[in-house]
Design a protein around this ligand. Structure first.
Ligand SMILES: Cc1ncc(COP(=O)(O)O)c(C=O)c1O
Length: 304
């Protein structure tokens, strides 16, 4: 009898599918819109989560994982899912000590159900989590000393290098590649992977204007220098993280109906809304092909 090898639970579908959609509002402006379906890369590590976590899991070499996030963090959920799939202990350090005494929201409940140990810290400590002494104290209190630390949002050197493959998959397929940005790690890698004639556009979903410097720093750490041609369109955050406007929600619902694409509201909707607004303002030359990266999908459990 031959030996039985168990399938890799993190096996991705790569390259992720790329397909054009017919949208008259873009077509009128001479713009072709493609969707890069990174939401189909892995059923549980959706989109950029797989691209960022897989290289970190390899670097952890079987050590437990500890990471950080807010109460609705997609990244915490993806890390917890990876832990369950791989049989790897995970700890999630959650922003907000006050949450420790409340029932878990659906997103954190899912993390816990996947076996993640949740450790709540006050907001001041959380803000200082990258200072070595504070980090050491958090890890000690969480019982996670010796664990492999993945930063908030999952964006470190390994993650950024992992996201370079996203750009490489899009070589020769579009003039402009657009992606929604939280920490900027996905944009940093993607831009570095594109061909020299291609451009990347990031649409920040957080307010604060910190992203230009953050992406540059991530690229310097991962590749030694600013890499590729990229810029930010910083006016589509709709008020900040997890904020929405009636216009944005109406746009997302309409887009779902037109194209049969489930539109994740906190990142992907802002990206597509930003692209449509820019197209209607004439920001793209006629004949431009844009690939929009679908980095997530709506959460059926009501988390974010
Ligand atoms: C669905 C989705 N899209 C985009 C992003 C942004 O990724 P980054 O933090 O690399 O900018 C995130 C980040 O968590 C996300 O959950």
């Amino acid at each position: 009898m031959g030996s039985v090898t168990s399938p890799d639970p993190l096996a991705p579908r790569l390259p992720s599918p790329l397909h054009g959609i017919r949208d008259d509002r873009f077509a009128r402006r001479g713009v072709r819109l493609l969707l890069k379906r990174d939401d189909l890369v892995h059923p549980e590590l959706v989109g950029n989560k797989w691209r960022k976590l897989a290289p970190n899991i390899a670097a952890a070499r079987g050590r437990p994982l500890v990471t950080f996030g807010g109460a609705y963090s997609n990244h915490l959920r993806a890390t917890a899912a990876a832990g369950r799939l791989l049989g790897l202990p995970t700890t999630g350090v959650v922003r907000g000590q006050e949450l420790a005494d409340r029932p878990l929201n659906p997103s954190l409940a899912r993390c816990a159900a996947d076996g993640m140990r949740l450790h709540f810290v006050d907001r001041t400590t959380y803000r200082r989590k990258n200072e070595p002494a504070t980090l050491a104290a958090i890890l000690r209190a969480a019982g996670a000393e010796g664990a492999y630390v993945v930063p908030e949002g999952g964006s470190n050197v390994e993650a950024v290098r992992g996201c370079r493959a996203l750009g490489e998959e899009l070589r020769g397929h579009a003039d402009l590649v657009a992606v929604a940005c939280g920490t900027g790690g996905t944009l940093a890698g993607l831009a570095a992977g594109l061909a020299p004639a291609q451009r990347a556009l990031g649409v920040p979903v957080l307010r604060g204007g910190f992203l230009e410097a953050a992406v540059q720093t991530l690229q310097e750490e991962a590749f030694g220098a600013r890499s590729g041609t990229w810029s930010l369109a910083d006016r589509f955050h709709c008020g900040g993280y997890a904020r929405t406007t009636p216009d944005l929600l109406a746009f997302a619902q309409d887009f779902e109906q037109r194209h049969g694409l489930p539109v994740e509201r906190l990142y992907v909707a802002k990206l597509l809304y930003g692209l449509l607004t820019l197209a209607e303002e004439g920001a793209f030359a006629r004949g431009t092909t844009i690939a929009a990266v679908v980095t997530g999908r709506p959460d059926p459990e009501g988390g974010r």
